[in-house]
Design a protein around this ligand. Sequence first.
Ligand code: C2E
Ligand code: CA
Ligand code: CA
Length: 749
Amino acid sequence: MHRLLKRQLQKLGLYEKDGPVERDRFDRLMALISETYREDDISCDMLQNSLKVSSIEMRELYHQLQEKSERRLDAVVSVIPDMIFLMDAEGKYLDLFAEGKEHLLFMPKEEIIGRYIKDLFDRETTSIFLQAIAKAIESGKLNTIEYQLPISGVKEYFEARIMPTGLQESGIDTVVAVVRDVTEQKQQEDQFRLSEIVFEEATEGIMIENSDRIVIRVNPALVRILGIPKEELIGRHSDDFGKVISPQSKQNIIQAMESVGHWHGEIEIQHKEKSPTLGWLTIDTVKNDDGEIKNFVFILTDISEIRYSREKLAYLATHDSLTKLPNRSMLFERLEHAIDSMERSGREGALIFIDVDHFKEINDNYGHRTGDYLLQEIALRLQHATRKNDTVGRLSGDEFLVIVEDTPNIDAILHIIHKIRKLFDSTFHIKDIQIDITVSIGIALFPNDGESAGLLIHAADQAMYNVKKKGGNDYEFYSKEFTILSSEYFRIQSAIKRAIKEDRFSILYQPQFSLTDGSLTGIEALLRCDEEEVRNIPIIQLITIAEESGLISAISHFVLQKSCKQVAEWQKIVSNPLRIAVNLSRRELCEPELVDMIKRNIDVCCLEPLMLEFEITESTLIQSTKAARKNIEILREMGCRFSIDDFGTGYSSLSNLKEFNFDKLKIDKSFIDNIASDEDDKIIVSATITMAQKLGLTVLAEGVENDIQAKVLKSFGCDEVQGYLYSRPVTADIISDLLRKENSQIAFL
Ligand code: C2E
Ligand code: CA
Ligand code: CA
């Protein structure tokens, strides 16, 4: 029984703890109440009579009961989010409870009761409702529907749970509809669904870890960017697959996370299969209300596209749009860098300024388009003529710059100038127009001619301008001495070419003697050139230029052939074996054909290999390449002899040279010159002799010009001598005469 009713009955003295006091009276009252509720058809009079209470009292009691019960219900309804409607199957509102939610009602409660759904709603909603009520009644079960209503202009979502009561009202079935405003929930759901879509569809990779740094969620974009399947990511500690980012980035991230709890920055991502890409990573922490970390959220954006556009922008900013060559600003930057690096390493470089002669006339005659095409063609040719490490750029208009780093000597620069000038020998074909052009070239050397890019360009420009003033089509160095030197260089080069062609080379021979017994130990072959232009130029200079211009092999061919033939001739005069010494330069020594050429000459002239001695300077030996060492090794194995030439000028220690296992060491003339007077030279020479002999080398003193030198050398135990004191370099005939003399020993001994 309803507790409220119980209490009322207790007040009337009709109900005790254990049950009704007066059974009869109680039953009658209950019947009356039932009747009042129209649930039964017991008459009111019957109740009144049996209870002996007036009908006024009866109604009063009923109202009290009803009111209290309604208030209770209202209290309950006010704390739950639902409104409760009592309705019948025809959609009539019988009662409703909406305490605290009146704003959700269409109209005041009193006006709703007694009305039908169709009076309040549109046809569609009405039919949904009526169908739902019918279904609930028919099935006897709860039926739930959802619908929308515009409440004060805003769409609100409702959910109605319709339950059949199993009771009738005026003969019509009734239902209870528990209606809830689900707008907020719906919005949250929508929000959630939206977040899900964002998470799944985002182009950014997203990864969520729990507080133990275990990955709990990843989206498809992350899988795509990393190239790691979802299954390999979920449930793992993110450090396990941390290989995708570089150790340095990782270190930065760890530090930042520990100190500030979040991080963002560029990282290089190593995709499982593809080449690395650039990413922008943001890491944040999600904390609960107590400030404890709940999650780590990683958002990774593939920014390789951005990098690409960034690089493209950088390219546009640093390159000339017409020729695609580095532009002015990049040239300045590269030049600054080149100057710095040459300065630091003590090396040198050259800046070559190229300006097209009469370019304005070409533009005027053929139009600017043709002029542009011509500039593009020039750019192409320049690029082909230079090495990979050189920079070719367009300074402006018809001015081009070439930056050459690491030029070992002037000749190397001249070689490039020569190549550049040759580019303009052939006609340019622009569409169907044929254009012949010349250029003026100015050269500045760095760091000497200018310590900054600006100064250096100015210097090269000035040199170029000097060429222009003289009519163009030439080159000039900023420093005059180089211009003179270089023209000298080209003069010698053509003289050598001529000499080779006209057979103007010859050989003089200088004998070498034993200091012990005065006997002839060897004869050195020394090259001479009687080409008019270069007659007065030291042979060593001709040899250097021949080496740099690729002319040396013709010369060494000549020297070897001639020397071999000559020694074979001389050998016919004397019985004891003769030896001829041939000098080999750095380039000759590297020649791949050197060994074959020597072998051929030995064979043709029927020589013993030990009759050939090769002189190699100390500095050549120090700088010798692999190929050079290989050649030496083969020749030594064949039985040829080797000597270290110009010893003392190459700053190497004797023990360093020991590995070559040579036969002879020639002390350079510069130590012999003052051996009689200079105490230091004396010490050096005597020590060298002692050491060299200990290492099994024969020691020869070069450039001995007087008796005193000879005496000192003899006292030091020097083995052999060579020099003007005994003989200048002489012709083959004079050597033949010497050999024919019964005794070719040096006279003074
Ligand atoms: P080197 O091999 O040291 O040759 C010795 C040089 O000293 C020769 O000069 C010779 O004429 C000179 N000389 C010898 N005795 C004396 C002396 O008592 N007083 C003075 N003042 N000079 C003396 P040369 O012939 O002018 O040759 C110079 C250099 O050129 C040679 O130095 C050698 O390195 C190179 N050379 C000469 N001929 C050839 C050759 O056929 N091939 C190669 N690769 N180099 C050669
Ligand atoms: Ca020599
Ligand atoms: Ca020498």
